[in-house]
Design a protein around this ligand. Sequence first.
Ligand code: ATP
Length: 498
Amino acid sequence: MEEIVGLCKRRGFIFPSSEIYGGYNGFYDYGPLGVELRNNIKQAWWRDMVLRRDDIEGLDSTIIMHPDIWKASGHVDGFSDPMVDCRESKLRYRADQLFFAPVIVAGETIGYVSVVECPEQQEIAEKAAADIKRKAAKQGTLEPIVLKDYTESKPEEYDLVPSPATGKPGSLTAPREFKLMFETKVGPLADESAVAYLRPETAQGIFANYKNIVDTGRVKIPFGIAQIGKAFRNEITPRNFIFRSREFEQMEIEYFISPSADWKTLHREWIDTCIDWLVSIGLPREDISEDIHPEDKLAFYSRATTDLMFQFPHGEQELWGVACRGDYDLMQHQKHSGKSMTIFDEASKEKFVPHVIEPSLGVDRTLLAVLTAAYTQDEVPNDKGVAEKRLVLKFSPKIAPVKAAIFPLLKNKPELVERAQALYKKLQRRWNVFYDASGAIGRRYRRQDEIGTPFGITIDFDTIEKDGTVTLRDRDTCEQRRVTEDELIQFLEEQIDG
Ligand code: ATP
């Protein structure tokens, strides 16, 4: 992760927000390359989920909506995470991410260990337990360390579990519910009636507009509404770079189906569609797995939820949630707004409030997954044929921030420069391309490899003196071949727009 964060800063993908003021925890800015990558991910999603499907319509709703929407959805009362404070260090933890265990030697509890959730948590806890046993000079067998999360702690344990910040017990509070929605005030009144919220998800904007879209008359069951937009959550512990931040972006679909539809099959189809899409933007299939939520852990309105998990640098974590939410949300809005949410289904001649399948994906998490998958260190021959280490981002051409770099072989030959500039201007009308004339050609390739530009195009003397062909270099194999301009454009079209 550190290497990815370093590269993102150095090459202008992602910066900590407000960096000149020391940064601001949980907020990130996207630099010149980051914004391109981000836009390409969003465009690829929109193209595949909305434009290339007949059954999905797009939407762009406001970030601040009528506060009653958040009452109806259950967010005002229920959208919170359990937190625990360390009174001494003033640090705050999510209780379900703080793990602890008693240290039991020969049947006697001689202390507690605690650890913040991480892939190595078991080893860390076992090592800490062995230390406690040694310091206590306690003879006997150390019983296996069984970690539980802090939401399962008992009141008599609060004072015994050490704070991960200080390593000492006595400073942790009981778990308490912490509201995740950011509040603001709308209008000139300063009282409670002015309280509004920054949306913590884009989904409710879809439910709130469902009736408008149905009444516009373009849709028939089953159909979906898709939205891409910012969401805000006052996360207790934003961490792991852009994986969990306080301002992020979501790409969500509500897919409305008949209550009598075979929802299990449709759910499965959506899971497969989502996996295929992730693979299409360059994530390795073997790094994606399914986490099926057990029935007894589902929210009361949910029929099934499967999270698509990805191998992030900090472990296997949720990337995309695909939930079957029944008719809960529309029913809630029908009740709170007093407006009917029924639809007339021409096919069955029935009237009903549809059920919904909700694939919900974060733009920033997708971007981190894409960076993780693309980040590669390998060895390639340099100008003199000697093997040299290189850092390369193997982005799919579909989402790469820069699609191709155009190089005149030599910068002091006007005829080469002119020809390269002309090709550059031509390609620039369609794609984000880069022109670079400075330095040895090998160095120029390497600079592009590091930002993941899939194709290098070199204009040399053969181009101007012979047949007009250019050299096309492939980033991953470093193979070069000569192509005509027409062949080049057709190739780029297939690879980028494909
Ligand atoms: P988590 O359990 O990781 O907090 P969640 O289950 O609360 O996530 P959802 O409410 O299902 O997440 O949100 C849908 C998607 O939005 C997630 O799969 C993720 O891609 C993205 N997402 C949610 N919270 C954040 C965040 N704080 N930062 C970045 N992306 C997020």
